[in-house]
Write a protein that binds this ligand. Structure first.
Ligand code: GLP
Length: 229
């Protein structure tokens, strides 16, 4: 795991988008794992720019999103499906049949990833409590795609996207730690507001109580951290 510290969120986004674009150029039918949250928004903006200016072609790309809320219609403005559509999919030439989100059929999601040859590059953000996807701190690492009860701190953190914390779904479906770790390459983007998480990650040994720490064991993981906003 290497941590690349850059000076600004814009630099972080440019670098992450460049690495994703390189992946797609070297393998046009790449399988890309995608993340939601504020952190990757700049990366998606830069990818759209590369698509529009340099013709980066997404026509053969397949995507698998990390997670999705339960009990929220796909069309809900805060569903991760809507988020991805607004922030990326509707601005690039990806085929809608190649876009995948997890649902209650966990085994099917795992099989679909395997049938596509596995994830070539997984983009991640990180929660304030160290969660990746929606893998919250726990006693054990959950391997496969599964349903989770969101931590109170995650509900509070995500309340900013809803009218109130009461409206935030209490459960979600997420890829498991094993699903994420099976990706051939991982890029995690973290802005300046994640300084504490990144410092902890540098020091902490691997523990399911701090899920992002598992990335220490990944053979090709780059953390892009911006020291200021
Ligand atoms: C959500 C998502 C995560 C994301 C995290 C951090 O809980 N499920 O995938 O990494 O938020 O989000 P942000 O980047 O907005 O801090």
């Amino acid at each position: 795991m290497q941590i690349v510290t850059v000076k600004s969120y814009s630099e972080l986004s440019t670098l992450a988008a460049k690495l994703i674009a390189q992946q797609i150029k070297s393998k046009p039918n790449s399988v890309i794992g995608l993340a939601t949250g504020s952190s990757p928004v700049g990366t998606y903006e830069k990818l759209i720019e590369i698509h529009k200016k340099d013709g980066l072609d997404f026509s053969q790309v397949t995507t698998f999103n990390l997670d999705e809320y339960c009990d929220l219609d796909r069309k809900h403005p805060q569903s991760y499906y809507t988020f991805m559509k607004e922030k990326l999919f509707s601005h690039i030439n990806i085929a809608s049949k190649n876009i995948n989100f997890p649902d209650e059929d966990f085994d099917k999601y795992e099989d679909e990833i395997k049938n596509c040859g596995g994830i070539d590059l997984q983009l991640l953000g990180v929660g304030n409590n160290g969660h990746i996807g929606f893998n919250e701190p726990a006693d054990v690492f959950q391997n496969k795609t599964h349903r989770v009860h969101l931590a109170e701190s995650t509900i509070q953190a995500n309340a900013r996207f809803f009218n109130s914390a009461d409206e935030v779904p209490k459960t979600a479906i997420t890829m498991g730690i094993g699903t994420i770790m099976a990706a051939k390459k991982i890029i995690l983007v973290a802005g300046a507001e994640k300084a504490e998480v990144i410092n902890k990650l540098k020091k902490e040994t691997v523990s399911p109580q701090f899920p992002v720490s598992i990335l220490h064991y990944h053979p090709d993981c780059t953390i892009i951290y911006s020291s200021s906003s």
